[in-house]
Design a protein around this ligand. Structure first.
Ligand code: G1P
Length: 286
């Protein structure tokens, strides 16, 4: 069994209903933040963290996502023959490691999506990245988690404080001992009402998990919203393995939501040396 995190699961079969009509025929993970699709931010983050195999759990209508990570032979040849620079493609032509796609044939929830990757993950620790959560940080959020995980092992998830009235949108942890940015996880509840939430520490879409969670998911137990929840399966392994939450040094943008999507575009454009000054000037003029 590997004690390195070499594999990452990207659940990308969702319909993106919060972003309709944009997502009517377009996978939400292909919507662009400035000049690259959302999925590329997550894959770049995984690559930086040392991940070698990217496992996409996809579904119908999501082929563009997998194609994106192939070399665009026709495009490159045509551009080269026309004497055009390939610079604009440079950020999308790096080595992405091995890309594997498995199907989630029914939308039964995040836990089910992760379980669909069980045969590819095998018997080793793995990361899960939800591309909707765009994490802007240096080093990237997953790299920060891998560095912390190498010290403590077990299961690790990423948390941030969320407003009390928003606990209903997140997995929420029951915190134990705090050691710097690490908090021991004593309990986990999926999308609790504010009065039932064990804290205001919400789970953000980055996890490093032990393969045993797949055996818990085998049972297919339904939870909040009638879905097979990853949070519920993780709650069941608490106490059997070390379990920690890490507060990472990064800004999270919830790009699965219209406001978060627009703000992510603005925030990342403002940081770009080639676009930031003009965007800033335009915003000031508004
Ligand atoms: C999922 C998880 C939830 C987590 C959230 C983070 O919920 O089920 O525990 O807090 O991602 O983005 P979703 O946003 O898919 O409803």
């Amino acid at each position: 069994m590997s004690n390195r995190v070499r594999k990452a699961v990207f659940p990308v079969a969702g319909l993106g209903t919060r972003l309709l009509p944009a997502t009517k025929t377009m996978p939400k993970e292909m919507l662009t933040i400035v000049d690259r699709p959302l999925i590329q931010y997550a894959v770049d983050e995984a690559r930086e963290a040392g991940i070698e195999q990217m496992i996409f759990v996809t579904g119908r209508g999501k082929a563009a996502l997998v194609d994106y990570f192939d070399m665009a032979f026709e495009l490159e040849t045509t551009m080269r023959d026309a004497g055009k620079s390939l610079d604009a493609l440079a950020s999308a032509r790096t080595d992405y490691g091995e890309i594997v796609a498995v199907r989630q044939q029914e939308p039964l929830g995040l836990g089910h999506a992760v379980w669909c990757a069980r045969h590819i993950v095998g018997d080793e620790p793995f990361a899960v990245l939800l591309p909707d959560d765009l994490m802007a940080g240096t080093p990237g959020a997953l790299k920060q988690m891998v560095d912390a995980w190498e010290q403590v092992g077990g299961n690790m998830l990423c948390t941030e404080e969320v407003p009390a009235e928003k606990t209903k949108s997140y997995g929420v942890i029951a915190p134990g001992r705090v050691d710097g940015d690490l908090t021991e996880v004593l309990g986990l509840v999926e999308k609790p009402d504010p009065q039932d939430a064990p804290s205001r520490l919400g789970v953000i879409g980055r996890y490093i998990l032990q393969p045993q969670v797949m055996q818990v998911l085998d049972a297919g137990t339904r939870g909040a919203g009638g879905e097979i929840q990853l949070t519920d399966a993780l709650a069941k392994v608490i106490g059997t393995q070390p379990f920690n939450a890490l507060k990472v040094n990064a800004v999270r943008h919830d790009c699965g939501d219209k406001l978060g999507f627009v703000l992510a575009n603005l925030a990342l454009a403002l940081e770009r040396p080639d676009l930031g000054p003009q965007v800033r000037e335009y915003l000031a003029s508004l």
